[in-house]
Design a protein around this ligand. Sequence first.
Ligand SMILES: [Zn+2]
Length: 223
Amino acid sequence: MEKNNKAVVVFSGGQDSTTCLFWAMKHFDEVEAVTFHYNQRHAEEVEVAKEITNDLGIKHEILDMSLLSQLTPNALTRNDIEVKEGEDGALPSTFVPGRNLLFLSFAAVMAKQVNAKHVITGVCETDFSGYPDCRDVFIKSLNVTLNLSMDEQFVLHTPLMWLDKKETWALADELGAFDFVREKTLTCYNGVRGDGCGECPACKLRKNGLDQYLAEQKGAQRS
Ligand SMILES: [Zn+2]
C-alpha cells in the first residue's frame, strides 16, 4: 500500500497557521491549504492567505462560510461590534461558537476529496482565551467523530497545542521561517500586517511572545 503523506492545512494567513504551514511542508510530501471566508472583519486576511500560499507555491482553496455571520453576530464577523477581551472568565467578543468544529469538519471533507489523510490546525490550548474548541480534548474527540463519520483514518495534527506565543516564534525560527512569519502574516484585528497596530489584543499577545523570544535569543548569544 502506498504511504499517504498528503496534508491539508487550515490556513488563515496569521502567525499560527503560517507556522503550521511551514511545519506541514517539513513533515509531508504534499501540502494543500484551505482558508475559510466568513465575512471576517478583514477580508484582508483572505488576501494575505492568498499571497502567502502563492509565495510558497502551495495549492490553496478558499471556502465561503459566510453563513457563520448570519448565525453569530460577534466582533470578528460584524463591523459594528467592538473587539473586546473577555472579563471575569467570559468569552472574548471574538468568539464564534462552533467555529473550529465547522472548519475542521469541512477541512476533513476537503481532505477526503483531495485524498489527504492528514489535517493540520494551529489551535492551541496554552493561549486559548477560553475558546472551548481549541482544547486538545475537543480535537481528539472530533478526530474520532470525523473518522467514524467518513469511515476514514484521518489524523488531526496540532503542532502548536502546548506552545505559548514565545515557543511558537521559536518553532517558526527552527523551521527557517522566522522573518517570513514576522513580515508576511496578519494577526492584528485592525488589519495591519507584520508587527500590526500594536494596540489590539491580538497584537499585544503576538508582541509579548516575540519580545520574550528575542530577549531569550539575546541572552543565549551573551552566554
Ligand atoms: Zn493590532
